[in-house]
Design a protein around this ligand. Structure first.
Ligand code: FAD
Ligand code: NAP
Length: 535
């Protein structure tokens, strides 16, 4: 195989693997470029203690192969990082995908030369292709805060999304964690078990629901396998790609004791499904406040020190307007004598010293290991890092100076023959992602087959892109989601990042219908040009 291809796919996580499989099935010459030295994406990189899925194992997996569905056995309700990585390695082997991927190959730039994409990698190689597909993930650009003095730290520090494969020895050591998002909330209880002392630096208190993880019994696993057709149907018709039907119970109409009992049942069942226990939790502030207050009451009754409980109680954003974490013994961990909570909203981190963290007040926290659970430059970040240049040398960074804009999250005006799996403006991170990924991959495989059959190039029209941007904004504004001012959904976690609501909040099933309609109508939102006319 030479370096000139029909399609180059960047990334070999859930998205890249399936994209390569689909395109190969169509007889299209495709090759994948992956920065890591193995497959798995998120599950290759995020090896921090406690890393685990929040989607349940029976549906955090591909749906495209009935055989794969039946032959893979999950061991727990929520699979851990190592198990998901094994699953993706199995997929790569089962479908013989590794021969179509160059590993340890980081794309540093990709330019449209008027006829093809020219893709350059860090090792000096060059690839050319007619269609470029990004499968770089929404949460793959680590966000390490720019805190003065970090380079002087005499201990070791790590971002959770770039965790060393050999692990980090925290036994008996003084460990600090910055961040209490989904990652911090998973890592903190596990780190507390091993560390000598754990200090949590919290800027924003977070809601969290107990995961209630447990081994998956053979009977449960067999039940899911027998039910897959129905499970997949519910997912396809859902708002979030999860196989839950959102309850139609109006909690505002319920007497207090019935409402409390309903929330208690949802709390006992645990997991992301808590959100689906009542209707309108993300639409009606009064309903949301009931759910929020229920969780606050659980924090108060779990954490024994009332001051610590209050510091852990979220009051600045409605429940689930930031991605709600699920946990195993998160709040309980603060009852340990060897765990301290530091409120860095009240007393911000001023600098990192050789010995630890110094706060604005001058208070010092001596540390041996510092863990940044500080999240990602989400959705647009991994795409901007590709150094993309479209027609007439247009840089993506310039095209997106005011914020990421796409058509359907699938392509960008000015960037011919570029397709973006789970790009900004698609449901992506608001859904169970394998479901959204498969929908995007199938759509992209179809459009590439269509363009090849008719010898066309395609890019979104500026008009279609502008209409879509309006719709993405309206869909977000119809919910409470934009009320979380510091949310990464808005880009607010990265200094200087334009504030644009990034994912599409109109629901997975509705979105899928719009993508299908676009294809059925012959791609009216795209300028389709016969090959020779493209400049
Ligand atoms: P990724 O898995 O992020 O893969 C992208 C790949 O692209 C990476 O391997 C990366 O190395 C590669 N890449 C990026 N840039 C370049 C470049 N310039 N050159 C070469 N290669 C490049 N989603 C859920 O639905 N449910 C969950 O419970 C859930 N849990 C999560 C837990 C964690 C800790 C994290 C971080 C995310 C979680 N997610 C979850 C989201 C998760 O990212 C997706 O579910 C899914 O794994 C994304 O797959 P992907 O292939 O799109 O992207
Ligand atoms: P995150 O949600 O962005 O949380 C980052 C945390 O770090 C926040 O508490 C943030 O505080 C804090 N922070 C950032 N910069 C800081 C600074 N300079 N000083 C002090 N605190 C700082 O990131 P994440 O927890 O890695 O999660 C990102 C997403 O990945 C999740 O929302 C989810 O989609 C996915 N994820 C999923 C799972 C799962 O499903 N199992 C697990 C992990 C991650 P503020 O809130 O004040 O900004």
């Amino acid at each position: 195989m030479g370096n000139d291809l029909d399609v180059v796919v960047i990334g070999a996580g859930f998205a890249g693997l399936y994209m390569i499989h689909r395109l190969r099935g169509l007889g299209i010459a495709v090759h994948g470029l992956e920065a890591a030295d193995g497959v798995g994406g998120t599950w290759f990189w995020n090896r921090y203690p406690g890393a685990r899925c929040d989607s349940e194992s029976y549906y955090y997996c591909y749906a495209f192969s009935r055989e794969l569905e039946q032959e893979w056995d999950w061991s727990e309700r929520y699979p851990g990082q190592a198990e998901i990585l094994s699953y993706l390695e199995h997929v790569a082997d089962r479908f013989d995908l590794r021969r179509s991927i160059s590993f340890s190959t980081t794309v540093v730039s990709a330019s449209w030369d008027g006829d093809r994409w020219v893709v350059d990698t860090e090792d000096g190689a060059r690839w050319t292709c007619r269609w470029l597909v990004t499968a770089v993930g929404c949460l793959s650009s680590a966000n390490v805060p720019d805190i003065p003095g970090l380079a002087s730290f005499a201990g070791t520090w790590h971002h959770t999304g770039q965790w060393p494969h050999e692990g980090v020895d925290v036994a008996g050591r003084r460990v600090g964690v910055v961040g209490t998002g989904s990652t911090g909330i998973q890592a903190i209880p596990v780190l507390a078990e091993a560390a000598g002392h754990l200090t949590v630096f919290q800027r924003t208190a977070n809601f969290s629901i107990p995961a209630r993880n447990a081994p998956l019994s053979p009977e449960e696993a067999a039940g899911y396998k027998a039910d897959y057709a129905a499970i997949r149907e519910v997912q396809q018709a859902s708002t979030n790609g999860h196989p839950f039907v959102v309850s139609d119970v109006d909690t505002l109409a319920l007497p207090d004791d019935e409402r409390r009992a309903l929330f208690e049942r949802a709390w006992e069942r645990g997991g992301l499904r808590f959100r689906a226990a009542v209707r309108d939790v993300l639409a009606d502030p009064a309903v949301n406040e009931q759910a929020s207050e229920f969780i606050r009451s659980k924090i108060r009754s779990t954490v024994t020190d009332p001051d610590v409980a209050e510091a852990l109680t979220p009051r600045d954003h409605p429940f689930a307007t930031k991605r709600p974490p699920i946990d195993t013994d998160y709040f309980e961990t603060y009852n340990r004598p060897d765990v301290s909570l530091v409120d860095v909203r009240a007393d911000p981190i001023a600098e990192i010293t050789p010995g630890g963290v110094r706060l604005a007040s001058g208070a010092e926290h001596p540390l041996d290991v510092l863990v940044f659970a500080t999240g990602f430059d989400a959705l647009s970040g991994p795409l901007l890092r590709l150094g993309l240049r479209g027609r007439d040398g247009l840089a993506l960074a310039d095209a997106w100076a005011e914020g990421a804009a796409t058509y359907l999250g699938l392509g960008v005006a000015g960037f011919p023959n570029l397709f973006t799996i789970t790009g900004p403006g698609s449901p992506s991170v608001l859904t169970n992602m394998p479901t959204s990924i498969e929908q995007h991959v199938d759509w992209i495989a179809d459009v590439v087959a269509h363009l090849r059959a008719h010898d066309l190039d395609a890019e979104p029209t500026p008009e279609a892109q502008a209409r879509w941007a309006d719709h993405v904004r309206e869909a977000a504004d119809a919910t409470l989601l934009p009320q979380a001012a510091s949310s990464w959904y808005l880009g607010a976690n990265v200094p200087g990042k334009p504030r644009v609501f990034l994912p599409y909040a109109g629901g997975f099933a509705r979105y899928r219908g719009m993508c299908d309609a676009e294809a059925q109508a012959g791609y009216p939102g795209f300028a389709l040009r016969a090959r020779r006319q493209v400049a």
